[in-house]
Design a protein around this ligand. Structure first.
Ligand SMILES: NC(=O)C1=CN([C@@H]2O[C@H](COP(=O)(O)OP(=O)(O)OC[C@H]3O[C@@H](n4cnc5c(N)ncnc54)[C@H](O)[C@@H]3O)[C@@H](O)[C@H]2O)[C@@H](O)CC1
Ligand SMILES: Nc1ncnc2c1ncn2[C@@H]1O[C@H](COP(=O)(O)OP(=O)(O)O)[C@@H](O)[C@H]1O
Ligand SMILES: [K+]
Length: 525
């Protein structure tokens, strides 16, 4: 895109090239051009002088900082020459005025400074000394217990770091200090892959302005992000609402819009009848977990198709569910022992947890994909079977929800070269096949048929334990049965699955968390 476009032109540029996405997602992830245009639009239309907007940003950062760090911890603020550096200088002034022990350094990598940098430089100079880093000798020794505020480069990064910037970043990374990045770690591209061997700040925290950045969602970038927080600096709501994007971040606000309250006169018929195909000999736990999670997600009625060996297990551990044993003792074949399965009876169908990859199960899945008239939830071994028989992809009912973890997604597509490549693969796969694909992990990414991707905000590493994916399948099947459309079901289900995991982690820590705990912690109000 032409960098010279002004804020209004950016509106019309994106409005004509990007589809307007689903309306329940409020928190957007904008790209670098859009972020710049958002600043510019706010400056022109609020209106607010750029220097006052910078002051607002510095104040928001300082409020965040002072709520967490005591005055007795020495602070070293490293500033570049652009507006990120200007933020750093203003932060140094505000902290000095609050009697923090601040030392400020300007990394002089170029001959020119931004206007607002110079303004804040003059103001800080009046109350505190400023040191300049022009070569390696000027870099201070950074000690334990100190805090480094990294304001060398922000979202204006346009090339890989080098020279004295690189040396300063290396020194900060090798120091024992706690590092807090202003807006984004210096050297990290906000929405594109960094080349190999790039020198980038590795912060403990990133305090970013207004909206999260795409890089924050990606596992490979996490060392350059640390724990991240968004601070509100009142950038134009109008611009954010009107600017189309394909990336969203799901927070509790969106979820409140999605949840449907129950009508006083509702009955179990109002919440759908779900069917789960799950389990095989030795993997009946997956069927139990998915079934219980489905029931805890508000489904009206649940039936479970399991191999004959699973009949007593389901009947005793999930008494609320009806159980239909397969004709086979150990695996699902689709040949029901009792009666022919009439798919039309079910409001939603989930398939995959623990089913294994036997040829008879493949035959059952193939028939299910052809016969199903509604979107399915497809997980685990069902995905592995599809990956081994890729011609089945075209048979998946449109708008079905697929829930691969990264390995399963790789089997369905190919190995990716970077997390950005992976996001592209995910979007294309969902769009081309008209599916909803939940790529699971930290910040699970939900890609939809219209080309948008929703990143989840809940969940924790305690959830990396066997069976949590089966729980998600149960949840999603339960939501589809209640009439949520597939995108809503995926966004809502993934969020609540993670939120339940966070409740458990708060109560008993991450390490002891199990999949069953997640089921017991689900809440929908
Ligand atoms: N524009 C605004 O109104 C606001 C901007 N804010 C701050 O401004 C930042 C963006 O400011 P800028 O656009 O000035 O960007 P930066 O502060 O990131 O600096 C960009 C400058 O550095 C140069 N540069 C880029 N890559 C480099 C590299 N690898 N090595 C050396 N120099 C490099 C660029 O040519 C440009 O001159 C944000 O991250 C945020 O911290 C905040 O104050 C909020 C308001
Ligand atoms: N670090 C993490 N942060 C947030 N959620 C996580 C994390 N690790 C795993 N999860 C969640 O736990 C679930 C794991 O699913 P999956 O890999 O299919 O496990 P399983 O096959 O054992 O059931 C997914 O929903 C995933 O998003
Ligand atoms: K920075």
């Amino acid at each position: 895109m032409d960098e010279r476009l002004d804020a209004d032109e950016v509106f019309s540029y994106f409005a004509t090239t990007t589809p307007y996405p689903v309306n329940f997602s409020l928190m957007k992830i904008l790209n670098v051009e859009q972020t710049r245009a958002l600043d510019q639009y706010t400056i022109e239309h609020e209106p607010v002088a750029p220097i006052n907007l910078m002051e607002r940003a510095a104040q928001a950062f300082t409020d965040w900082y002072t709520a967490r760090f005591d005055k007795d911890r020495p602070v070293r603020v490293f500033c570049g020459l652009g507006n990120n550096g200007g933020d750093g200088l203003a932060i140094a002034r505000l902290l000095t005025q609050l009697e923090y022990k601040v030392q400020t350094y300007v990394v002089r990598y170029a001959p020119r400074e931004s206007e607002d940098f110079m303004h804040n430089h003059r103001r800080l100079k009046l109350i505190a000394p400023i040191s300049y880093i022009e070569n390696e000798r000027d870099i201070p020794v950074i000690r334990n217990r100190e805090v480094v505020i990294d304001a060398i480069l922000g979202s204006g990064l346009s090339r890989t770091t080098e020279g004295i910037v690189q040396s300063a970043i290396d020194a900060i990374n090798h120091s024992p200090a706690t590092v807090v990045a202003v807006d984004i770690a210096s050297g990290l591209f906000a929405d594109a892959a960094n080349g190999p061997n790039a020198t980038i700040i590795q912060p403990d925290y990133t305090v970013t302005f207004q909206l999260p950045k795409l890089a924050f969602m990606l596992p490979s970038q996490s060392q350059y992000v640390g724990e991240w927080h968004v601070v509100d600096i009142n950038l134009s709501r109008t611009f954010m609402d009107r600017t189309p994007t394909t990336y969203f971040y799901t927070t509790e606000r969106e979820i409140r819009h999605l949840l449907r309250p129950r009508n006083r006169f509702s009955h179990k018929g109002s919440f759908g009848h779900a069917l789960l195909f799950a389990g095989s000999y030795g993997k009946m736990g997956a069927a139990v977990l998915a079934s219980r999670a489905c029931l805890r997600s508000g489904v009206g009625l649940l039936s479970v198709q399991v191999p004959r060996c699973g009949y007593d297990i389901i009947q005793t551990t999930v008494p609320e569910a009806m159980c239909q044993p397969d004709g086979h003792q150990h695996i699902l074949t689709g040949q029901s022992e009792l009666e022919e399965i009439d798919l039309s009876k079910y409001a939603a169908i989930g398939v995959g947890p623990g089913i294994g990859t036997a040829p008879e199960t493949l035959a059952m899945l193939t028939k299910l994909l052809s016969d199903a008239q509604k979107p399915l939830v497809i997980d685990a071994d069902a995905l592995n079977l599809i990956a081994q028989n890729r011609e089945l992809i075209a048979k998946i009912p449109k708008n079905s929800i697929l829930t691969p973890h990264p390995k399963e997604f790789e089997r369905l597509t190919r190995r990716w070269t970077s997390d950005y490549d992976k996001l592209g693969l995910l979007r294309d796969f969902a769009q081309r096949n008209r599916l909803v694909v939940v790529l699971k992990g930290a910040h699970s990414a939900i890609a939809t048929a219209d080309g948008t991707t929703h990143f989840n905000s809940t969940g924790n590493p305690g959830m990396s334990t066997g069976g949590t994916g089966d729980v998600l399948t149960g949840i999603l099947t339960g939501l589809l049965a209640q009439g949520y459309d597939p995108v809503e079901a995926a966004v809502l289900g993934v969020f609540e699955h993670g939120r339940a995991g966070d409740r458990v982690a708060n109560q008993r820590g991450q390490i002891g968390l199990t999949a069953q705990d997640i089921i017991e912690s689900l809440r929908w109000d």
